[in-house]
Design a protein around this ligand. Structure first.
Ligand code: RIB
Length: 310
């Protein structure tokens, strides 16, 4: 039986503009290209895990507009269980205007729309599904109370919980994440949430350990071009970066987290799961868009083979 992952989180429609440079304030500037895509950190992570073979259920809210049914259909086409996708009457769907520069770097705005309505009641409604999962995967594009409720649910029912605290929210109350298994910030999110600097490896370690001291079991810090670190109370494991020529880095973090959840729930040891996730994320930045750049199992194995890894 495939491993089962529940993603409790957001979906967005990505409005991706490829720019030669960012416009200045008050300036009108022509951009060479545009694409509409399916995104949202929750949905991206769900799609990455599903394309790699996990059985994924998504607990999310779509808007009462033209994007809502298309988002549900996209999840379904990615073999994701949509029984717990709720349409919020009168609310718009979440959207994300995204700007991608020629070097592949991006800037993102998010409008949460219906995602802001994902509630603790949605989790309770999905309880039967959630109890049967190996992993519950969360991000911060939905209300914090919903995130706390989901973590507590996972801890109570022995389901592993992974929280990617993105986008960083200074109101996140770490004391309400007690028992969380995996906390996965990038270095700027770690700095904001720990209140400590993260500009050196030693500082990253100290900041991560300060969270472990507050009830979180394991911290995974993504460091962009410097790879990632798995930090526990006893150990630090370095995950080397994978070098590729970037086309579009949007959604690479989601590719990393979603694939990590898949590899971990599939039985890989944490370090091996992270090394595979680093490769999966590297592959994603060689293509345009978010979900549109995520590999399936065959594409991913071919990429790893070309890299010379496994
Ligand atoms: O992490 C990338 C995602 O952030 C985009 O797909 C966008 O929708 C925002 O949620």
């Amino acid at each position: 039986m495939p491993d089962r992952i529940a993603v409790i989180g957001s979906n967005m429609v990505d409005l991706v503009t490829y720019v030669n440079r960012m416009p200045s304030r008050g300036e009108t500037l022509e951009a060479p290209d545009f694409a509409l895509g399916f995104g949202g950190k929750g949905a991206n992570q769900a799609v990455a895990a599903a394309r790699l073979g996990a059985q994924v259920s998504m607990v999310t809210c779509v808007g009462d507009d033209i994007f809502g049914p298309r988002t549900r259909q996209n999840l379904h086409e990615n073999r994701i269980d949509v029984s717990h996708v709720r349409c919020v009457e009168g609310a718009p769907s979440g959207v994300a205007p995204i700007f991608v520069e020629p070097d592949g770097e991006n800037a993102i705005l998010i409008v949460k729309g219906a995602n802001a309505h994902l509630s603790t009641a949605d989790i309770d409604t999905a309880a039967g599904t959630l109890k049967g999962c190996d992993v519950i995967l969360l991000q911060l594009e939905v209300p914090l109370d919903t995130v706390y409720h989901a973590v507590a649910f996972g801890v109570r029912h022995g389901v592993q919980t992974i929280l990617n605290p993105a986008p960083a929210d200074p109101d996140l109350d770490l004391s309400r994440l007690d028992g969380l298994d995996w906390f996965c910030p990038n270095e700027s999110e770690l700095a904001l949430l720990s209140g400590m600097p993260t500009d050196t490896d030693a500082a990253v370690l100290a900041a991560a350990r300060s969270l472990i001291g507050r009830g979180i079991r394991n911290v995974i810090v993504t460091l962009g071009g410097r790879g990632a670190r798995l930090i526990t109370a006893e150990d630090v494991v370095q995950i080397a970066p994978i070098r590729v020529d970037p086309v579009d880095t949007t959604g690479a973090g989601d590719a990393f987290i979603g694939s990590f959840a898949r590899f971990l729930s599939g039985g890989a040891a944490p370090q091996a799961a992270l090394e595979r996730a680093a490769r999966y994320a590297a592959h994603s930045i060689t293509g345009r868009g978010t979900q549109s750049s995520y590999a399936d199992v065959i594409e991913f194995e071919a990429f790893c083979h070309a890299l010379g890894g496994n």
